[in-house]
Structures are given as structure tokens and as C-alpha cells.
Design a protein around this ligand. Structure first.
Ligand SMILES: [Fe+2]
Length: 257
């Protein structure tokens, strides 16, 4: 449960909230592509877990102002816009752990243009539509293997959040026309995600990989799971043919997302 929200003046770009389980959560949009970044913080144990850091320098400096430093990076996938801050953070904080799924690899020469070679210190190896528990200090997240947009794509949920990466945005889902993408696999991951979302508290927040348009034309940092289940076009597609025909699955610009 959320118990307080605060916005210290030196961190006013972040949405920061503290839960009654002691975990502090920072949310921010970074970079020109609308990427959402999140930190799960366990101050008592000095643990800071960053999800898909875009601007490593900004994260490092902002955390330092709050007498913190990053200890873990967890990656939904290794597209360049989700890993842009990893190299800076691993050089600046050599002890940092970098976690991703073992299948998060570039599948082809062309794929290397959109994937960033990422040296994981630790990997997840579980099968698609399976979840494993990931625990560090008081932070406990379920990691669900959800490929389709990218191989080895995972989502995270826990502490009142469902971190969707590029599996889901607020109103739509991630494109399936990139190297390593697979629409049938994405459909399977979306069906699994729908059941999972139906099983979670409906007031939890879904944070998308990108801050794209919501149904009212705004671009919120998050919406509730209840809102996503009601309005997300991909989650509500009745069958794979309808899903595959959705216009946001494929674009002319091969390198975005
Ligand atoms: Fe992506």
C-alpha cells in the first residue's frame, strides 16, 4: 500500500512514493523516445534496483543527492533505448549487478543495430510464460518471461507495480516487426499477461516501457491495472488474427522502440 508521496526539491523531476512495506519507488521518463525508468529502493539495506536505465549519469547523480547508489540493474530486454545507461553505470559503480534473461541476445547482424551487447552478471533462464521470484533485501519481484517483442523479454511485478517493458503500453502493445520479434509469441505472452493482470490487485499501477498515448490523448506515467484491462486494445483483441491486424504492430521506421 502507498503511504506517502514526497518530492524533495533536488529531485523534482521524479515521482517518488514510499510504501508501507518500506520500499521507496522512483519513477521518471527519460530520453527522446518516452522511455520510462523506475528505481526500487530498500534504504535500510542500501539497495537500489534500476529498471532499464536510460541516462546512467542522471541516475547516478540523483541517487547520490539522496545518499544512495545503484546496486542492481534489471532489464526487460536489451534494445538500445532500454540499456542506454548500462555502460555508464557499470563503469561508475563496478560492483553493480546486471540482470537479464539469457535469451536477450541479438539474433542477427542487422539486429545488432537495435540491440546493445550487454554483459549480464546474472541471468534468468526460465521458459516463456513462467515466473520466478527475484529477491534482494526487502525487494521482492516476480520476473515473468514474456517474449515476442524481443527475445528474452521479461516483465516485473511487485510492491504495487507491474513493470511492462515493451510487452505492453497503456493503450497498446510493443511492435512485432523488429529482428527477433515474433507476433505469435507476443500473442501468447499477452494472453498470459492478461490472466496475470486479472489476478493482481486492480489498483496496482502498470508502468509501460514507453509513455505513449492513453485513451484521452494524455501520456501518463502509469495507469491502474483495472484501467489497462478495460481499455488496452491488444489485451482486448478477441483472437490472434485481430491482434495481428492492429496497426501498431508494424511501422515503417525500423529502428524505434
Ligand atoms: Fe523494445
Amino acid at each position: 500500500m502507498l503511504i506517502s508521496t514526497y518530492m524533495p526539491p533536488h529531485l523534482d523531476e521524479y515521482s517518488i512514493f514510499v510504501r508501507d512495506d518500506g520500499i521507496e519507488i522512483w519513477v521518471i521518463q527519460m530520453g527522446p523516445f518516452g522511455n520510462m525508468n523506475i528505481a526500487f529502493i530498500d534504504r535500510e539495506n542500501g539497495i537500489v534496483v534500476l529498471v532499464d536505465p536510460y541516462d546512467g549519469k542522471q541516475w547516478s547523480e540523483s541517487l547520490k543527492k539522496s545518499l544512495l547508489e545503484p546496486t542492481h540493474i534489471i532489464l526487460t530486454h536489451t534494445h538500445r533505448d532500454h540499456t542506454a545507461g548500462v555502460n555508464f553505470l557499470s563503469k561508475k559503480h563496478p560492483e553493480i549487478e546486471i540482470w537479464g534473461h539469457e535469451e536477450s541476445v541479438s539474433p542477427s547482424l542487422f539486429g545488432r543495430i537495435i540491440f546493445r551487447k550487454t554483459d549480464f552478471s546474472n541471468i534468468w533462464t526460465h521458459a516463456p510464460n513462467q515466473s520466478v521470484e527475484w529477491r534482494v533485501g526487502k525487494i521482492c519481484l516476480q520476473v515473468t518471461h514474456s517474449p515476442g517483442h524481443a527475445p528474452g523479454h521479461v516483465t516485473f511485478h511487485g510492491h504495487g507495480l507491474y513493470v511492462a517493458g515493451d510487452l505492453l503500453f497503456t493503450m497498446r502493445s510493443g511492435r512485432v516487426d523488429l529482428p527477433g520479434s515474433d507476433p505469435i509469441t507476443q500473442w501468447s505472452s499477452l494472453r498470459h499477461a492478461k490472466k496475470l493482470l486479472q489476478s493482481l490487485p486492480q489498483d496496482w499501477r502498470l508502468i509501460p516501457g514507453h509513455r505513449y498515448d492513453w485513451i484521452d490523448g494524455t501520456t501518463p506515467d502509469w495507469v491502474t491495472i483495472e484501467q489497462v484491462l478495460a481499455h488496452n486494445i491488444a489485451l482486448n483483441a478477441p483472437d490472434i488474427e485481430s491482434f495481428d491486424a492492429l496497426p501498431f504492430n508494424r511501422f515503417d521506421d525500423d529502428l524505434a522502440d
